[in-house]
Design a protein. Structure first.
Length: 169
């Protein structure tokens, strides 16, 4: 009797979420980031890490504006995953980039001019037609409260995103 019940429960279970996160606000991401920049993706290059087991994609971004913290005119963003030859690796909830894409990035400095995106996909907004849009399709959010006056990471006008990052007067 136990085996059929266990099998039924297994079959009834839905697919697991790729990544699960607590609700995050723009203001909290900005407070925790070393820099928040708006810029344009110039190129991407994937290569093996020194351990020979992991692939990283290195994204070169020309910084047009620094909204918070400090960053040079050109930065490298290290993102987990990518393709080298016929081998690819993927990290759930890692941000993806396109050449020529305009972005707002919440960054943590790794060393020199190399950064990583804080909060993975939560810390990357694509800018198009006056809107800043995070790509959160692979993330399922748990329930949680958002502090009063703050806004969760979601699509919003780019001017509002900048205002929230820089702090209200």
């Amino acid at each position: 009797m136990r085996l059929p019940l266990a099998l039924l429960m297994l079959l009834a279970a839905g697919p697991a979420a790729a990544a699960v996160a607590a609700p995050v606000t723009v203001e909290n991401l900005a407070r925790e980031a070393d820099a928040v920049v708006r810029g344009k993706v110039q190129r991407r290059e994937s290569r093996w890490a020194q351990d020979g087991r992991h692939i990283f994609t290195f994204v070169t971004v020309r910084v047009g504006a620094v909204w918070r913290g400090a960053a040079p005119e050109r930065i490298t963003v290290r993102v987990p995953g990518g393709e080298v030859g016929e081998i690819g690796q993927r990290t759930d909830a890692a941000p993806e980039f396109e050449d020529g894409e305009e972005v707002v990035l919440f960054l943590v400095r790794e060393d020199g001019d190399t950064f990583r995106v804080h909060g993975l996909a939560l810390g990357k907004f694509k800018v198009q037609k006056g809107e800043a849009r995070p790509v959160l399709g692979s993330i399922t959010f748990t329930k949680g409260l958002i502090p009063e006056g703050e806004r969760r990471v979601e699509t919003m006008p780019v001017d509002e995103l900048e205002w929230r990052v820089k702090g209200r007067p």
